[in-house]
Design a protein around this ligand. Structure first.
Ligand code: PGA
Length: 261
């Protein structure tokens, strides 16, 4: 069964001591969970990956990178490669975030390269897709999502649903305070799952976790998770304060418990 994932994307936030406090306290809080059914995942900036992994120790908290180079090594100043991430034990990585697409002109073809390079290192990509406001208004959301998925997964074989995570993040909802309604998000999540079933298999589609991202907050997360195809959140702003992140994690864990029973 797919797992509920509560992923905090810190983006370019927090100093080193803020990171240390957050991760240390979160690890302590995780001990107080009777049973941790949801997967807690934090995506700190690159400079803190190694230290945050060390603070996590043997806890259940997973650490993800926010991006990766599409190249394996070489003269790419400022870039970080998948083998580097793998060499410090990072096992998850966001790719195709809309901020990378918008500010760094990333294309679906490049996101596909990143998917393949992470695959080689056995790092689980968290693949972001999502429509812009004008696409939503023109009624072309489905076309955008299908075109992004078709290019990112072009000639890519998938053998295990746990090899990747997909995040649906409507661009108009990111950092704007405008969350997609649960019904509207569910529509796109089920479209993604149908596409995966057709492209791969129904087992594959049923096993892949599809997260929702875009102004997820402690007070709207539960209603999003009630939808059958929403398996967690990729959360920016609301993952920065430990108290909010813990509320989100508890919500995810509670709903994971109801799904199991
Ligand atoms: P937000 O960001 O929760 O602040 O809207 C989500 C994301 O960009 O992953």
């Amino acid at each position: 069964m797919r797992r509920i994932i509560v992923a905090g994307n810190w983006k370019m936030n927090k100093t080193r001591s803020e990171m240390q406090d957050f991760i240390t306290n979160l690890v302590t809080e995780l001990d107080s969970f009777e049973e941790l059914l949801a997967l807690p995942l934090i995506c700190p900036p690159y400079v803190y990956l190694q230290e945050s992994k060390r603070i996590c120790g043997q806890s259940k908290l997973e650490i993800a990178a926010q991006d990766v180079s599409k190249y394996e090594s070489g003269a790419y100043t400022g870039e970080i490669s998948a083998p580097m991430l793998s060499s410090i034990g990072v096992s998850y990585c966001i790719i195709g975030h809309s901020e990378r697409r918008e500010y760094h002109n990333e294309t679906d073809n490049e996101i596909r390269d990143k998917l393949l390079i992470l695959r080689k290192e056995r790092i689980v990509p968290i693949i972001c897709v999502g429509e812009k406001l004008e696409e939503r208004e023109k009624g072309t959301t489905s076309d955008t999502i299908i075109s992004q998925l078709s290019e990112i997964f072009r000639d890519v074989e998938v053998n295990d649903p746990a090899e990747q995570i997909i995040a649906y993040e409507p661009v108009w909802a990111i950092g704007t305070g405008k969350t997609a309604t649960p019904e509207l998000a569910q529509e796109v999540h089920s479209l993604i799952r149908e596409w995966l079933a057709e492209r791969y298999s129904s087992d594959m589609a049923a096993g892949i976790s599809i997260l929702y991202g875009g102004s997820v907050k402690p007070d709207n997360f539960a209603s999003l998770l009630q939808e059958p195809d929403i398996d967690g959140g990729l959360i920016g702003g609301a993952s920065l304060a430990l108290v909010d992140y813990l509320t989100l994690l508890k919500t995810g864990n509670r709903i994971a418990g109801t799904l199991q029973s």
